[in-house]
Design a protein around this ligand. Structure first.
Ligand code: KG4
Ligand code: ZN
Length: 391
């Protein structure tokens, strides 16, 4: 089965063509035939976060070219001179005339590629951005007469943690060990989801305010570090930790550490950083790096202590960590220690480094595994900004 997948939930425009064999329970082998990703991060950097209408405009402008690039890399792009007669139902639905015209142009220059399915992220995310991917997916699926299905972005992040990289763009799935606890840590979400049966989820805990990645991004802004702040904070913190000598001994709070839920809270931590910075006058670069390290320590500790609680509550066979913040080395290291020392029977999965952030490979992989398993699929496509994994 060959899938063309599209991801536009936030500020990455991504298109992937993936071929799959096998299934979730016995293990699947996937091959990335073509993959094209454009990150808009530098365009949003001046705003200190993602600006939804700019994201939408960029997705609209980039989807045709990225789709062509992914199909070309797959060897499935066949140039055509179709005159697209009239407007398909899917095209008629698209309000933006310029976007409609560019899809029409893409379709008239592209003969039907040998794909079986189009998969697209339907939420959660920024609705104007999600709609762009959905509109594009529906238009190409209708033109090529293949089904289009919607995928939950967070399920994509979970699936990314179950993938292992092999040679030559191949991926295999790790053994399905259920129940599986997913720890999702991204820019928009921070939550635990428990999978007892394939592709069904129970919510175990979630953030009451900011997502952990959002806290990294906001603290980076306070420290004048560019968006996206997570990697910059991690670099600054590492410089501070590596530096010998006198430190100010900054310690930030670990909100909700003592309540007995698996919920998170990060907004108080961000505010504590703000107050600390106001109190410290004439900040040197070294002071800022020390603040970054103290913040990262606190964020890491919150993630670890809530994960300990969630593991105790749910007693899973595996912990899968996904989302952009799963790239954080401090958090990865601390979770590895937690599992090794306290839950040695539990398997621990992280995504391959190239798949921690938003990408279309995880969307294609989730679509493939769902279909191969015979799990329910969503064909009525609408964008859901607040889509939830647990039904
Ligand atoms: O999953 P993702 O790419 O997009 C969302 O679905 O939100 O996650 C993006 C988030 C951003 O907040 C970014 O700052 C954070 O992941 N991030 C990191 C690191 N790399 C990315 N946070 C901490 N440490 C990192 N190394
Ligand atoms: Zn994401």
């Amino acid at each position: 089965m060959r899938i063309l997948a599209i991801e536009t939930s936030c500020d990455e425009t991504a298109v992937c063509v993936l071929e799959g064999e096998g299934n979730f329970s016995d293990g699947a082998q996937l091959k990335i035939l073509g993959n094209a990703l454009y990150s808009q991060a530098s365009l949003h950097a001046p705003y200190g976060g993602v600006y939804p209408n700019l994201a939408k405009r960029e997705h609209q402008g980039n989807l045709p070219a990225l789709s062509k690039a992914a199909l070309e890399e797959s060897g499935l792009f066949h140039a055509a001179r179709n005159s697209v007669e009239g407007e398909s139902k899917s095209l008629q639905k698209i309000p933006d005339e310029a976007f409609r015209a560019s899809i029409r142009e893409f379709l008239s220059g592209t003969a039907k590629p040998e794909i079986d399915l189009v998969a697209v992220t339907r939420g959660p995310g920024l609705e104007p951005a999600l709609w762009t991917g959905i509109n594009f997916a529906e238009a190409v699926a209708e033109a090529w007469d293949v089904p289009a299905i919607g995928i939950d972005h967070m399920e994509g992040h979970i699936v990314s943690a179950l993938l292992s990289e092999g040679p030559e763009h191949t991926l295999s799935t790790k053994p399905a060990e259920l129940p599986l606890l997913a720890l999702l840590i991204s820019g928009g979400h921070t939550e635990f989801a428990l999978m007892r049966e394939p592709f069904t989820y129970e919510e175990v805990g979630a953030t009451k305010d900011d997502a952990v990645g959002e806290a990294f991004d906001k603290v980076a802004r306070l420290l004048d570090l560019p968006y996206p702040g997570g990697p910059k904070i991690a670099e600054a913190a590492a410089r501070s930790r590596a530096r010998a000598g006198e430190k100010q001994g900054i310690v930030f709070p670990r909100p909700l550490a003592h309540d007995d839920t698996c919920d998170f809270s990060f907004s108080g931590l961000k505010t504590a950083v703000l107050y600390k910075l106001r109190e410290m006058e004439g900040l040197s670069e070294e002071d800022k790096e020390e603040v970054a390290a103290a913040f990262e320590d606190a964020a890491r500790d919150i993630v670890v202590l809530k994960t300990r609680r969630a593991l105790e509550r749910t007693n899973p066979r595996a912990l899968a960590v996904g989302g952009g913040v799963s790239a954080n080395a401090e958090i990865q290291g601390a979770l590895e220690t937690l599992i090794r020392e306290e839950f040695p029977e539990t398997a621990l999965f992280f995504p391959p480094p190239a798949l921690t952030g938003d990408n279309a490979v995880m969307i294609a992989a989730a679509a493939y595994l769902r279909r191969a398993h015979g799990a329910p699929e969503v064909e009525e496509l609408s964008a859901f900004g607040n889509l939830k994994l647990a039904k």
